[in-house]
Design a protein around this ligand. Structure first.
Ligand SMILES: Nc1nc2c(c(=O)[nH]1)N[C@H]1C(S)=C(S)[C@@H](COP(=O)(O)O)O[C@H]1N2
Ligand SMILES: [Mo]
Length: 435
């Protein structure tokens, strides 16, 4: 079945953020091998006869709403489908749960705070910052307690980094074909974070440089979530954060304080941060001995797998979307590496037989999402879309098969395999796993 409407480049988004196609005037359409330029030039429709152009709409003839009506801006009512989503089968209760970011609907590299993914082990609280404290102690000269105001007086830094849950794409280890990129990769977000360097605080309390090997971070939620952070990370780019995308953190992301450990699985970025302890060995807490360990085929667990390795995914076209016609379509997606910068992304439309280099959009930052794009003229035959990222250590994102050879299928965490989206001849895009 060929797509019904013939509007080049039009694509119906995933069902949950579906926009009904606007009826267009009839137009001729050139099929077959078409140059990208010509395909782009043929996008859009002729103006004649379109009532949306000819008839002056109500909003062009009346006054709009006054400024005060929107003290804090919200998205258009027509964008209501762009929202976080929870997977009903994934977690037992909505309190210890996860809500995924709608990657299929986002542009550029910044995740709007309102759709940043959420992961809580024991729910979230809106903590009064006046009563909140951060204690720094352990192998230090002078244990100290900081208020939020104390921290906000110190030299600040703003940096753009991704947070990815270690379990992101975890359902793909087995043969579960999760339908949309929101569910396959949506435990991933990227924001500008503002805070104080952890190294500034450690120097302030006079940490014992000769003995310090780890810093324990503890959250003030009921989970008392605790993780050991290697001192090399702590002294490098770890931040004690109070700002996100230009404003104070939102409650669900750790207001008023969280840790940000760039490039490391999300669980280490402890929210509602209340305690940092300097020690000479890791603590082997619940969240690093029972959970966040990787079961290998040999039956042995990998422990302390901090880094989120180089990974990428095409966000559009992606699972659940429908290509409404043949012709020009932009392929676009995100690439990131917990080890540094993205240097190259290749895309394939034939399941990895042929690859070509995608265009990377600036800025290309350390431990940050990088947006890539490639031109594509869809001829209406089935296609297998893939992206493969390379970072500045030379690491190449693996095939699922390569990853399974080493790590088996019983893992939950650290699946950074190449994702495949299948475009059927009717334009429907689905999630498939290639052998
Ligand atoms: N105190 C505390 N910190 C926490 C968690 C939590 O449940 N409690 N969840 C962790 C996990 S598993 C992840 S993936 C990230 C998610 O951060 P976000 O909710 O801001 O996206 O926070 C981490 N920090
Ligand atoms: Mo997580």
């Amino acid at each position: 079945m060929k797509p019904a409407s013939r509007v080049p480049g039009r694509r119906r988004p995933a069902p949950e953020n579906h926009l009904d196609p606007v009826p267009r005037g009839r137009r001729d359409f050139l099929l077959g091998a078409m140059a990208v330029g010509a395909a782009i030039a043929s996008s859009g429709a002729r103006a004649e006869g379109d009532p949306a152009i000819l008839k002056l709409p109500e909003h062009s003839r009346t006054l709009g709403a006054p400024v005060v009506a929107r003290g804090y801006g919200l998205p258009s009512q027509y964008e209501a489908g762009v929202r976080r989503r929870a997977s009903p089968g994934l977690t037992r209760t909505p309190i210890s749960s996860v809500a995924f970011a709608p990657l299929q609907s986002l542009f550029g590299i910044i995740t709007p705070t309102g759709v940043h993914f959420e992961r809580h082990h024991a729910g979230w609280h809106d903590i009064d910052p006046r009563g909140h404290r951060l204690m720094v102690h352990g192998l230090v000269r002078e244990p100290m307690v900081f208020t939020v105001d104390d921290l906000m007086r110190l030299p600040s830094v703003s940096r753009i980094h991704f947070i990815e849950c270690g379990a992101n794409t975890g359902m793909e280890w087995t043969n579960v074909a999760v339908p949309t990129v929101q569910y396959t990769h949506g435990m991933l977000s990227c924001c500008e974070f503002t805070g104080v360097r952890l190294s500034t605080l450690l120097e302030r309390v006079g940490f014992d440089n000769s003995r310090a090997r780890f810093v324990l971070a503890e959250g003030a939620d009921g989970a008392s979530l605790t993780r050991s952070i290697p001192i090399e990370f702590a002294l490098d780019d770890v931040l004690v954060v109070y700002g996100q995308n230009g404003e104070m953190l939102r409650p669900e992301h750790g207001y008023p304080l969280r840790l940000l450990v760039p490039g490391v699985q999300g669980v280490s970025s402890v929210k509602w941060l209340r305690r940092l302890e300097v020690g000479d060995q890791p603590w082997n807490t619940r969240e690093e001995s029972l959970h966040y360990i990787d079961l290998l085929p040999s039956g042995v667990h990998r422990q302390y797998t901090w880094i989120q390795e180089c990974k990428s995914v095409i966000t559009s076209p992606s699972g659940g979307q429908v290509l409404l016609d043949t012709g020009y379509h932009e392929i676009t997606g995100l690439a990131w590496s917990g080890r540094g910068r993205i240097t190259r992304v290749d895309v394939s439309t034939d399941g990895g037989v042929n690859w070509r280099e995608a265009v990377l959009q600036t800025p290309i930052l350390d431990k940050c999402l990088t947006r890539f794009r490639a031109d594509w003229v869809w001829d209406g035959s089935p296609a297998l879309l893939q992206s493969r990222a390379i970072d500045d250590t030379g690491y190449v994102q693996p095939l699922l098969r390569q990853l399974r050879e080493v790590r088996g299928t019983r893992s939950i965490y650290h699946n950074n395999a190449i994702q495949t989206w299948r475009v059927a001849d009717n334009g429907e895009v689905g999630n498939v796993q290639l052998e």
